[in-house]
Unconditional design. Structure first.
Length: 294
């Protein structure tokens, strides 16, 4: 049985359509369909139900989906197991949205230059979901916000960056009191249902500020653009660049002490790719030190 066809099956399920899977895999939709048909013949059961342009997994496909994922992970591990003398294989990483654009590229640039035999799979997601994926073993490590709960004994955590809360305002409001801005200007709220947004909400409560709420979302780059367009001010962590270009904003420090948003790496100590995780941790520390010195 061709493992690539199994990979195609999982990709179709994850993407929800043949066309989307084809774009991810870099082949034509016809080739995707042919691989699925071949796999179905070899297994002897339908795996994918086609409904117009979308697909759904069949009952038979659901039964083998998790085992297929595990099999593909085991196949990817073979390179690491076989090459004990070198650092190679596939590292499975997760990253929360701001880390994906602002921190991870610098780390990966260092890592692949020093260890070119490492391949990296990256899963974007929210921190809570990525913690769960690392704990289950679906990911080896993830760049995430620090969890507001104790980690299981199988996982460890390393801090990379602390981000204090700031008031983000249009450039025309430079020099104004941050509490006055939060009290009088429309607030573009950082989603309080997410870990980072809760810290902003706690600060507002502690300072007895009742804001004029206008929007609420969990997308820091979008919040920056909305502030630039004059839709309000925001209370957000001072997140890592790159920020959207061409924005005329000011970042105003808060007068009262506040909790910082802490971003770091969580990893599973039981991963068979622990050598790759160690390399990732090492290069992450170097990248953060270089960023602080720049």
């Amino acid at each position: 049985m061709e493992t690539q066809f199994l990979h195609t099956f999982v990709t179709v399920v994850d993407q929800g359509s043949m066309a989307a899977a084809a774009r991810v895999l870099g082949i034509t939709p016809a080739a995707v369909a042919q691989q699925i048909r071949t796999l179905e013949r070899e297994i002897g059961a339908p795996l994918i139900a086609r409904v117009g342009r979308t697909v759904s997994v069949t009952e038979e496909g659901s039964r083998i989906l998790q085992r297929t994922r595990e099999l593909l992970r085991n196949v990817a591990d073979l390179r690491s197991v076989a090459n004990e003398s070198g650092v190679s294989g596939e590292l499975r990483l997760g990253a929360c949205p701001t880390a994906l654009a602002g921190m991870l590229p610098d780390v990966l640039a260092r890592m692949v230059e020093t260890f070119p035999q490492i391949n990296v799979f990256i899963k974007p997601g929210y921190s809570a979901d990525l913690y769960h994926a690392v704990e289950k073993g679906d990911l080896d490590a993830a760049v995430v916000l620090q969890a507001p709960f104790p980690l299981p004994k199988t996982c460890e955590w390393q801090l990379l960056r602390e981000e204090p809360l700031i008031v983000l305002a249009p450039q025309s409001m430079a020099g104004r009191d941050p509490h006055e801005l939060l009290s009088t200007q429309p607030l573009i709220r950082y989603d309080r249902h997410q870990w980072g947004g809760r810290q902003a909400d706690e600060y507002l409560r502690a300072a007895n500020i009742v804001p004029r709420e206008r929007f609420e979302l969990n997308a820091l780059n979008a919040i920056a653009v909305m502030v630039d367009r004059g839709l309000g001010v925001s209370l957000v962590p001072d997140w890592a660049k790159p920020w959207p270009e061409g924005l005329k904003l000011v970042r105003i420090a808060l007068p009262d002490a506040s909790a910082t948003r802490r971003i770091g790496i969580v990893w599973s100590r039981s991963s068979v790719r622990v050598r790759l995780v160690t390399v990732f941790l090492q290069e992450s520390r170097k990248a953060m030190q270089a960023a602080q010195q720049a």
